[in-house]
Ligand binder design. Structure first.
Ligand code: 5GP
Length: 171
C-alpha cells in the first residue's frame, strides 16, 4: 500500500503559506493505519527496545500502536503543564519564542532503551528537544521513527547529528 497517497495536504494551515500534511486521512483508513504501524515497527523488533516515547499529540497515536506492536510500554512527552506527576522539562526555540516539553520524572531511567516516535519532522526542533529530555533521564536513545519527513527543511540531518538513527515511512 502506498501510504503517501493517504496523506492529505491542507493549504494555508495553520497560517498562510504553510502546506500542512494531515495524517488524519491516513489513520481513518484501517489498512493504512495498520500498515503504518507495521512499517514503523519493522526495524525495531529485535533491538531490545524497552519503551516507546511519543510526542504530543500525533506522536501519541502512532506511538501507542507501535508500543503495543513491540510489546513495550508507552511514555508520553507532553506540552508543559499537562502531566500530573513530577516532571522534567526541556525548552526549545520556536520561530517566535520558546516552548517547553515535559516527561514524568522516572518514567524511563538508566538501563532502559527508548525509541522516540512522532508523526512528522519539519525543522527537527521538537524531536531534538525530546532527545535531550530522554537522554537526561539516563536512558539510552539511539533510534527515532517518524511517519513523514519534510526533507527540504533539513530536520532529519540535525536529528542524525545527535547520533540518532532515523526511520521514515514517507518523504
Ligand atoms: P519541527 O519541530 O520538526 O519543526 O516540527 C515538527 C512538529 O510539528 C511535530 O510534532 C509535528 O507533529 C508538527 N508539525 C509541523 N508541521 C506539520 C505538518 O505539516 N503536519 C503535521 N501532521 N504535523 C506537523
Amino acid at each position: 500500500m502506498d501510504l503517501k497517497t493517504l496523506i492529505r495536504t491542507i493549504p494555508d494551515y495553520p497560517k498562510a503559506g504553510v502546506q500542512f500534511r494531515d495524517i488524519t486521512s491516513l489513520i481513518e483508513h484501517p489498512e493504512g493505519f495498520r500498515e503504518s504501524i507495521t512499517q514503523l515497527a519493522a526495524p525495531f523488533r529485535d533491538k531490545g527496545i524497552t519503551h516507546v516515547a511519543g510526542i504530543e499529540a500525533r506522536g501519541f497515536i502512532f506511538g501507542a500502536g507501535l508500543a503495543i506492536e513491540l510489546g513495550v510500554g508507552f511514555v508520553p512527552i507532553r506540552k508543559a503543564g499537562k502531566l500530573p506527576g513530577e516532571t522534567i522539562g526541556q525548552n526549545y526555540a520556536l520561530e517566535y519564542g520558546v516552548d517547553t516539553i515535559e516527561m514524568h520524572a522516572g518514567a524511563v531511567k538508566e538501563g532502559d532503551k527508548v525509541l522516540l516516535v512522532d508523526d512528522l519532522v519539519a525543522t527537527g526542533g521538537t524531536a531534538i528537544a525530546a532527545i535531550s529530555l530522554i537522554r537526561r533521564s539516563g536512558a539510552v536513545l539511539e533510534d527515532a521513527a517518524f511517519v513523514i519527513d519534510l526533507p527540504d527543511l533539513g530536520g532529519a540531518d540535525k536529528i542524525r547529528a545527535q547520533n540518532i538513527n532515523t526511520h521514515f515511512l514517507i518523504e
